[in-house]
Design a protein around this ligand. Structure first.
Ligand code: NI
Length: 135
């Protein structure tokens, strides 16, 4: 079995500042200031409530990695991120089991430059795999 632990739920939002205020109205607290990810051309902010971690992802330019997704899905959750201490093994295992890599493992500035990779599954949609800090 893969050694996956749910880390956050990724949420597409058009306007990150308004979205932060809307989540705060529900009792979420920001756990990290908004960070610009220049690789993906998105702003990212993490919020937390009741032990749930939400990642707001908002495109900064038309050619960001999520601009197309935002047009299609509007403001909505779009991935669950799974953290693993065995990044390479789980990545390999998932691809062997029918998950398709959308990109290649790349450092995520909003997550201490830990590597992440996005995968998609025909029956499930998109997930994100995140390496543990110690990895
Ligand atoms: Ni994410």
């Amino acid at each position: 079995m893969p050694t996956l632990r749910v880390h956050h739920i990724g949420y597409l939002v058009k306007k990150i500042e308004s979205a932060i205020r809307a989540f705060q109205n529900l009792g979420y607290e920001t756990v990290q200031d908004t960070i610009y990810d220049e690789i993906r051309k998105v702003n990212i902010c993490f919020l937390e409530k009741d032990g749930y971690c939400i990642e707001l992802v908002s495109p900064v330019s038309e050619d960001s990695v999520v601009s197309g997704l935002l047009k299609k899905f509007k403001n909505s959750p779009y991935h669950i991120c799974y953290e693993t201490a065995h990044f390479e093994e789980d990545y390999q295992r998932l691809t062997n089991e029918g998950f398709l890599s959308i990109d290649t493992p790349t450092p995520a500035p909003a997550l201490q430059n830990r590597r992440v990779v996005f995968l998609t599954n025909r029956a499930m949609g998109m997930i994100e795999l995140l390496e543990c800090p110690s990895a």
